[in-house]
Ligand binder design. Structure first.
Ligand code: NAD
Ligand code: UDP
Length: 315
């Protein structure tokens, strides 16, 4: 049994991770400032004997005795991370410094939730971990992209200079239950709009591509990375290589919800990447053959059911 700190534990991915690690019999401390996360996501864990909740902001130092740290705190949706860009970059950079300082002090292993956004609008397709990326340093997405790139640098420097055991995963677009309905990301937007019979907001012509993984596959990859061999730091891509256009995604959501919604086109946001697809050979090799198991349709059905229940309970 380990004592594990999860920053951003009340968020979409963090809440699934809390549940998974509690189920494995560990003691879990969930730290969150509730910017985009919600107590609702972890409500069902509150009575668990080995679960603790701490309201805290990772931009401030935090001290606790733990064996492992999953550093997930950071708003992930463009709408939320662009709301206060300075805070976003502080969360990534100061959050990394504070959590790495803690890991160094208590000799904890620490995992960083990095992102495919470190590849920016990629000029190499699909993306291997060796690609250095194509990121605009002064654009609307920079607070997130550059914050995460700097966090990766900090993780590697703490490892090389202070021998901290670090693990870095680059997460590609992920979806599933516990996403915030007002999150602004494409899967939650399309599903909520389809369920309400509202227009589906397609940014641009919808030919841009993404590769979406279901949250359970991400959680499996994340825990395998934490338990990977000593000295393996990554970064390692964790994502589903099945790539599709946003138009294809909208059609699938409309079909599965049996919705009467119509697709309307809106301007493509600045620096919106045209394409994105992970190469996952490194994850397969280092993480005991890890690969995504859940197909888009199966994952969408589960996510639609989650939002359907949520919207009905709000009425
Ligand atoms: P989310 O917004 O649902 O969760 C982030 C959590 O961090 C929230 O609970 C929020 O309240 C908390 N938080 C934000 N700033 C904080 C701060 N300063 N101090 C303490 N807590 C803070 O996002 P998510 O999708 O669950 O993403 C989790 C992590 O995974 C993030 O680091 C994100 O960058 C990374 N990631 C996610 C995706 C994805 O598709 N979901 C893709 C790439 C990377
Ligand atoms: N998108 C869209 N309609 C929406 C929200 C997003 O067409 O209501 C597009 C967005 O422009 C991008 C893709 O869907 O091309 C994925 O957007 P998301 O914000 O989910 O993730 P990211 O751009 O960070 O990969």
């Amino acid at each position: 049994m380990k004592r594990i700190l999860i920053t951003g534990g009340a968020g979409f991915v963090g809440s699934h991770l809390c549940e998974r690690l509690l189920n494995e019999g560990h003691e879990v401390i969930c730290l969150d400032n509730y910017f985009t996360g919600s107590k609702k996501n972890i409500e069902h864990l509150m009575d668990h004997h080995y679960f603790e909740l701490v309201r805290h902001d990772v931009t401030e130092p935090f001290m606790i005795e733990v064996d492992e740290i999953y550093n997930m705190a950071c708003p992930a949706s463009p709408v939320h991370y662009q709301y206060n860009p300075i805070k976003t970059i502080k969360t990534s950079v100061m959050g990394a410094i504070n959590m790495l300082g803690l890991a160094k002090r208590v000799k904890a292993k620490i995992l960083q939730a990095s992102t495919s956004e470190v590849y920016g609008d990629p000029a190499v397709h699909p993306q291997p971990e060796t690609y250095w990326g194509n990121v605009n340093p002064i654009g609307l997405r920079s607070c997130y992209d550059e914050g995460k790139r700097c966090a990766e640098t900090l993780f590697m420097d703490y490892h090389l200079q202070n021998d901290v055991a670090v693990k870095i995963i680059r997460i590609f677009n992920t979806y599933g239950p516990n996403m915030n309905p007002n999150d602004g990301r494409v899967v939650s937007n399309f599903i909520v709009q389809a369920l309400k019979g509202e227009n589906i907001t397609m940014f641009g012509d919808g030919s841009q591509t993404r590769s979406f993984q279901y949250v359970d596959d991400l959680v499996e990859g994340t825990t395998r990375m934490m338990n990977s061999r000593d000295g393996f730091t990554g970064p390692v891509n964790i994502g589903n290589p099945v790539e599709f256009t946003m138009m294809e995604l909208a059609s699938k959501v409309i079909e599965l919800t049996n919705s009467t919604s119509k697709i309307i086109h809106m301007p493509l946001p600045q620096d919106d990447p045209l394409q994105r697809q992970p190469i996952i050979d490194l994850a397969k090799k280092e993480l005991n053959g890890w690969e995504p198991k859940i197909h888009l349709e199966e994952g969408l059905i589960k996510t639609i059911s989650y939002f359907d229940t949520l919207l009905k309970s709000d009425q």
